[in-house]
Design a protein around this ligand. Structure first.
Ligand code: FES
Length: 131
């Protein structure tokens, strides 16, 4: 496995949009590792307005995946992304942290669109590429 990210603007297929509404949040493995050794993953979801969003699966408090390898990133009420380590809550629409030790910070967002029924993600640079 390589440590270099996919081509900076490579389009990644994150699966069919069908079913995403029921799943609420889908974790997509990118098949590469960050310089820290962290396997890179993207969380894709439909926000409260039905718009597709994509965020790096990486908490803003500490450089660990939100899901902690559990595959579950939703709060109990299903209204926010939840970091399973210390409970930070992030908004679906913009990844803004509304509660927790990193309140006021924002998840690293990526560009996302729906093309022919598929979720397509284009990675943006991370705020801190070391993680
Ligand atoms: S590592 Fe996510 S809230 Fe602490």
């Amino acid at each position: 496995m390589t440590t270099s990210p996919p081509s900076s603007r490579a389009e990644l297929d994150a699966g069919p949009v069908q079913g995403l509404d029921d799943e609420r949040a889908r974790i997509v493995k990118l098949g590469v590792r960050a310089p820290s050794g962290r396997p890179r993953e993207v969380i894709v979801l439909l926000d409260d307005d039905g718009l597709p969003r994509a965020f790096e699966n990486l908490c803003k408090h500490l450089p660990v995946p939100l899901d902690g390898a559990s595959g579950d990133v939703l709060s109990d009420d299903g209204r926010h992304l939840l970091c399973g380590t210390h409970g930070a809550l992030y908004r679906f629409a913009d990844g803004y942290c509304v509660s927790g030790p990193c309140e006021g910070d924002q998840l690293d967002a990526h560009d996302v669109e729906i093309v022919d029924g598929r979720v397509k993600v284009r990675l943006r640079p991370l705020e801190n590429e070391r993680f």
